[in-house]
Structure formats: structure tokens, C-alpha cells
Design a protein around this ligand. Sequence first.
Ligand code: UDP
Ligand code: MG
Length: 334
Amino acid sequence: MVHISVVVPCFNESEVIDAFHAALITALEPTGSTFEICYVDDGSSDRTRGHLRDLAEVDPRVRYTSFSRNFGKESALLAGLRMSRGAVVVLMDADLQHPPELVPRMLELHRHGYDQVIAQRDRTGEGAVRTALSRAYYRLVRRFMDVEIVDGAGDFRLLSRRAVDSVLSLPESNRFSKGLFSWIGFDTVSFTYQNVQRAAGQSKWGGRHLLNYGIDGLLSFNSRPLRLAIHTGLWLFLSAFAYALWIIANVVLSGVDTPGYATLITAIVALSGIQLATLGVIGEYVGRIYHESKRRPHYVVRETDESTQGPSPADFTVGHALESVGSSRSGSAS
Ligand code: UDP
Ligand code: MG
């Protein structure tokens, strides 16, 4: 059995993949452990798939899976975890923002008995606005979420085999992996490293993508936003009630004629705003239920290193479709 599996999601990384591979091998070979590298090509439109195929051909320690289209990093991570066979699994990005030199240190910490080792980046070299926004976001998340999520702790982490198996046993199709990793528990340790800029190519996370990712994170781990809507509604109802009493008392006791329409409009606008927001929150959850209830596989595989003969239509396999059929009976992982 191999000792270390390194899982690397790649989306349009042809410019860096060779440099990354070389750096990773240089970092792993001195450790003396057996290892495998599981690349997942997330439907890249550049030469990434070809690069991976070439790497797998010359090096038996390289394995890869290629998706039929871009399914997103979370799906790629899932595919990589399913592929991995090592006793420990290291997840890292292909763009050299997760320095391979840190892997031996993570292994060392794992030997001290930790099931999860997180390498946490600081925020050097990042725009002030982005830093402030993410700080605020993580404060919000900490308040609202039932699981703990650390600022700067991305997907650069080491998981023990039992941690990987627990992550894989979670059946949800909306996979916010930062939350899942935190949810499974086990002894976790983290250390900080200095943020590095991407070696080449471009980041795939624009502002909109990040916002959506943020909303996902907030909603996928609890129903507290629904609770918040209920609380707001109750407080509003109480204050409106008090206000009505006050107006009635005024009319009855001192006979004042209250000019009404200004307050009326304020009340209507405020209330409809809150109603819309609440509806949005509910809609979001209903959408999620709909999404989960379809029980679709997380990705479709175009080719893997076991089926190197290129993409003929017969090779298109659906990612773990059989497993998810089986699990709808047993109620375990899909
Ligand atoms: N990635 C992926 N699928 C996507 C977007 C990104 O597999 O749809 C991979 C990408 O190839 C890289 C990692 O996820 O290895 C992190 O992406 P990126 O560097 O663009 O994100 P950032 O570091 O800017 O957060
Ligand atoms: Mg990056």
C-alpha cells in the first residue's frame, strides 16, 4: 500500500503543471515514503489533460482522472479523494501557491498523531479590500456556523485515511469541503506559512464566484438564517404592535390627529424588504433540497489513466453512478 497520496485538482493549469510536478517530486522523494500523485483534470480547455496523460505514461506513480466538463473544484477534490489509496492524503493546488516543501512538515505533524494537518496561509501580497472583506466574512461565518472555519485555511491540508473515509461517507451533493473537513472532527493542527503568488496562469475565482462560494458556505451548514428571519419577524411584529398602541393612546388621551402616510410607507417598505429577504432565504433552502433530491453524481469522467485510449464515447463513465444507486437504499455515501 502506498503511504502518501497527493490529490491535485487542475483546471487550465497547463502553464504550471510541469513545474508543479517537478517541485512536488523533489519534495516527496527525500521523505523515503512511497507515494502516488492523483491529478484531477476538471474539464480544462487547454492542454492540461494531455500533460497529465504524458506524466502518467512516464511515471507509474502518477494517476489521473479527467472530467467531461468543468464541474468545479469541490467535485475535483471529491474525485481525487475517491481515487486516493494512501494511508495519508495531502490536498493541494496545482499553481504552486501551496508550496510542496511544506509537505514533509505536514507528515511530521501527522506522525505526532494528528488526523488533520492544515497549512494556513497569511495574507501577504493581497489587496487591502479583499483582505478586509474576507476578514468580515469569516467573522460572520464564525457567528452563524455550527462548524469552525479558519481564515486563510484553504484546501492545503493533510488527512489521515480515517479522516478521508469519514469525508467520503458524507452523502450530500452540495459539497462545501471547508465545512465538511471541519465537521468530521478528529485531532487537527494548523501552522501558518507565507502567502505565495500564483506561479503562472490565472486565478479562476472572480468576485462573483467568491460571493457565491461565500453564500454556499453560510447556508450549507445550518438553518440559522431561517431562525434569524423568524426572530426579525417577531421583533418587527412586537414593535409594530407597541407603535399601534401608542397611536391609539395618543388619539384617545390627547386627541391628536396623527399624519399617517409617511410612517405607513416606511412600514410597508421595511416589511416588504424583510419579506423578500426571508422568501429568498427559504427559496435558497428549497433549491438545495431540490438539488439534493435529484441525487445526481458529482461529476462525469471522460478518461482516467486506467483507460488511456483517449475519449471514445464508450469510455464515458458516470462518476460513481452505481454507488449512488446502491446508496439510495443503504443511505450511506454517494
Ligand atoms: N480549480 C479546479 N476547478 C475550478 C477552479 C479551480 O479544479 O473550477 C483548481 C485550480 O486548478 C487550482 C485550485 O483549484 O489547482 C485553486 O484554484 P485557483 O488558484 O484559481 O484559486 P485561488 O488560489 O485564486 O483561490
Ligand atoms: Mg491559486
